[in-house]
Design a protein around this ligand. Structure first.
Ligand code: ACO
Length: 380
């Protein structure tokens, strides 16, 4: 509380701004539900396609519903040639910047661009979910002087992305690992990027603009950028034996260990364990078990911080998985975005269906009634 009696909530920490029936998080016990379904059940038993349906329509699909929905996703993967031209023009930028720019360009080709009805937002959400992987994969090919690999409608969402990115059909296990990763990243309440997308939607702007806002917000290392930073950290640590000294050095210098801590979770991030299991098994299978060992060494060294509510988050093991799948480090954050597109669409649907302009306040602490001095009279 300040002298004026105004209570400031820095970072909007702990502030509720609306009600939602789509995502429940209990950060004290590490519980996460999408539309009431436990993330552990979804990660183990469901598919990304089914989860996208659940998020957008609010219920699990029947077999015919999922089949029609999946066909819709598969048939919307192609990019207009104008968007491929835009990607070519900005090919030297970071893949996250290219994704942001290309999603913005896609709006010029979307027939529903200014239709903010729930039905149209769902249609656009499906198209963007289907097109975003093609943007990331096509850019990676184009920046390496190669032609984009065409979407393959025989492959599921995750498998098709890996095929387009690496020009190699993934194994069922590789596809499933990325499928689970997409499920875990699909939605997370009013996190920074979803809130930013909601702010955009609250002005009655369009879905593409909201997703562009979300991508720009996700990019930062305090949000989606952590997976890339964690892999760089694992490389810098080098061996499991170095982990404790590395962590001590960072913390002694008031630094942060990437992939740890969360605004909401003060217990285990329930998403992390699914990626930990896969990081370990994939590393063992690829003959590179040391990545998982380095990460568990860091985790061990961070144990004293658990008493302060600092645990591994979803990004901690993700980077090692992407690395082992052969994905370049600068594509780690875009992968998070590919998973999150349906979550952003869902937040826009919620915001639009019961909208009020989001416009908080800042308490003014500057001077009042300062005399305007003409420029020629100002002292240098
Ligand atoms: N390493 C070391 N100390 C940490 C860490 C960390 N990763 N995270 C928080 N702390 C400490 C802070 O130094 C601070 O200590 P102090 O009270 O002595 O100053 C205290 O915990 C509280 O930290 P805040 O930044 O105020 O808490 P906030 O809720 O804003 O932090 C955040 C959340 C930004 C995610 C933070 O934990 C962090 O920077 N983590 C590293 C980056 C990261 O992994 N981001 C991905 C988050 S998950 C996601 O977005 C999908």
């Amino acid at each position: 509380m300040t002298n004026s009696g105004i209570e400031i909530h820095k970072g909007l920490n702990g502030v509720y701004f609306d009600r939602s029936d789509s995502c429940f998080i209990d950060g004290g016990i590490g519980k996460l539900l999408y539309r009431g379904y436990d993330i552990h059940d979804l990660a183990e038993k469901s598919t990304f396609e089914e989860v996208v349906y659940l998020l957008l329509y609010g219920k699990l699909p029947t077999i015919p519903e999922l089949s029609a929905f999946d066909n819709d996703l598969r048939s919307n993967r192609e990019l207009p040639s104008g968007v491929l031209d835009v990607i070519e023009a900005v090919k030297n930028a970071h893949p996250m910047d290219v994704l942001r720019t290309a999603v913005s360009a896609l709006s010029a080709f979307d027939e529903d661009v200014d239709d903010n009805s729930t039905e149209a937002i769902i249609r656009k959400g499906i198209r963007l979910t289907a097109q975003a992987p093609t943007i990331v994969a096509s850019h990676h090919r184009i920046r390496n002087g190669k032609s984009p690999v065409k979407p393959n409608s025989r492959l599921n969402h995750a498998g098709n992305f890996l095929n387009m990115l690496l020009d190699k059909e993934p194994t069922a296990e590789e596809s499933r690992i990325l499928d689970v990763d997409f499920i875990l990243h699909a939605e997370h309440g009013s996190n920074a990027s979803a809130f930013a997308a909601r702010v955009t939607a609250s002005t009655v702007s369009d879905l593409h603009s909201a997703v562009v806002t979300g991508i720009g917000t996700l990019k930062g290392p305090l949000h989606g950028g952590a997976a890339e930073a964690v892999q760089k950290m694992a490389e810098a640590v080098g061996t499991p034996e170095n982990a404790a000294a590395y962590v001590k050095n960072i913390l002694d210098n008031k630094g942060r260990i990437m992939g740890f801590g969360h605004r909401v979770y003060k217990a285990e991030d329930p998403r992390a364990r699914h990626l930990a299991e896969r990081s370990e098994s994939l590393g063992a299978e690829r003959g590179e078990p040391h990545w998982f060992q380095i990460l568990t060494g860091i985790q061990e060294a961070m144990k004293p911080y658990q008493s302060r509510g600092i645990y591994v988050n979803v990004d901690f093991f993700a980077g090692s998985i992407y690395y082992l799948l052969g994905i370049p480090e600068d594509i780690f954050v875009p992968i998070f975005a590919l998973g999150r597109v349906p979550g952003w669409a869902l937040n826009v649907i919620e915001q639009s269906s019961n909208n009020m302009l989001i416009r908080p306040l800042t308490e003014y602490t500057g001077p009042f009634d300062v005399e305007y001095v003409p420029i020629e009279d100002r002292e240098s």
